[in-house]
Design a protein around this ligand. Structure first.
Ligand code: CP
Length: 307
């Protein structure tokens, strides 16, 4: 089902395949270390990060090492030959000789697709510009399932930078496969892109757009906060105008459902007050921790160690 497969876009992963990844993650999370520490013993993972990352790079590396695999890669593209002008295609033609699977993050939309077309080895998209971040979405779905007991039929609000935030693009598409109701809270200049809304409408997904968090707080099972993506604004003045538009505060949670959870792909800047962290709603650090079993599942499946 997955062996040798690249993970580039959530659109290309079926509901059944998503369920298989989430079930594999659960099995790996529950498996004793002694049973899984040699699962990827003869495998090498290359991590190519052409954009900054803390969670994605480190959790992929930790996931691989905890399964007995090895990791090569770099954290700073300035020390690679990309800085001399080498293309993604040529970089991958080299790296495919050094590794069994390749994780790539790149500022250009479509770069992971270009990488996957240059090699028969599995390529995993760790974020391509403002396009998609499919493995983050699998972590989000795993976290939603763990906290709510299900994914189907839930009400999910996405708040903040819905234009440049790649995690919400992947998540909206993924939730469209699970009959969820979606609430998009964003200022005019950061609304969910038209092509995603058109895709949701075509699939008959229920979604609505709002201006304020307070308008949705009592309606949702998941409140998915996002950072305003400063690095993707062509005009810094536009960023200045919206950088503090949504700040979730503890007192805003009074009408939330008792089971509601706040997620955030992180990093956070100022969009969630630190006093929210100690409420029972805050679940973003546990969400980040789920990166290990979910990325272990993805690596084990695409490398054929688990069928
Ligand atoms: N969620 C996420 O992609 O975090 P990093 O940018 O730190 O990898």
């Amino acid at each position: 089902m997955f062996a040798g497969k690249s993970i580039i876009s959530i659109n290309e992963i079926s509901e059944l395949e998503i369920i298989k990844i989430l079930e594999t993650a659960k099995k790996l999370e529950e498996m004793p270390d002694s049973k899984k520490e040699k699962l990827l013993a003869d495998k090498v993972l290359a991590t190519l990060f052409f954009e900054p990352s803390t969670r994605t790079r480190l959790s992929f590396e930790s996931a691989m090492k905890r399964l007995g695999g090895k990791v090569i890669g770099f954290a700073d593209p300035k020390v690679t030959s990309a800085s001399k002008g080498e293309t993604v295609h040529d970089t991958i033609k080299m790296v495919e000789n050094y590794a069994d699977a390749i994780v790539i993050r790149h500022p250009l939309e479509g770069a992971a697709r270009v990488a996957s077309e240059a090699t028969a080895k599995p390529v995993i998209n760790a974020g391509d510009g403002a396009n998609q971040h499919p493995t983050q979405t699998l972590i989000d779905l795993y976290t939603i399932k763990k906290t709510q007991g299900k994914i189907s039929g839930l009400s999910v609000a996405m708040v903040g930078d819905l234009k440049y935030g790649r995690t919400v693009h992947s998540l909206a598409v993924a939730l469209s496969k699970f009959n969820c109701s979606l609430y998009f809270v964003a200022p005019e200049i950061l609304k969910m892109p038209l092509h995603i809304k058109a895709e949701l409408a075509e699939k008959g997904v229920e979604f609505a757009e709002y201006d304020e968090i307070i308008d949705v707080i009592d309606k949702v099972d998941i409140l998915y906060m996002t950072r305003i993506q400063k690095e993707r604004f062509p005009d810094p003045l536009d960023y200045e105008n919206v950088k503090s538009i949504y700040i979730l505060k503890k007192e805003m949670l009074k009408k939330a459902k008792p089971t509601m959870k706040i997620l955030h792909p992180l990093p956070r800047v100022n969009e969630i007050d630190m006093d929210v962290d100690s409420t029972p709603y805050a679940h973003y650090f546990q969400q980040a921790a789920n990166g290990i079993p979910v990325r272990q599942a993805i690596l084990s499946l695409v490398l054929g160690a688990i069928k």
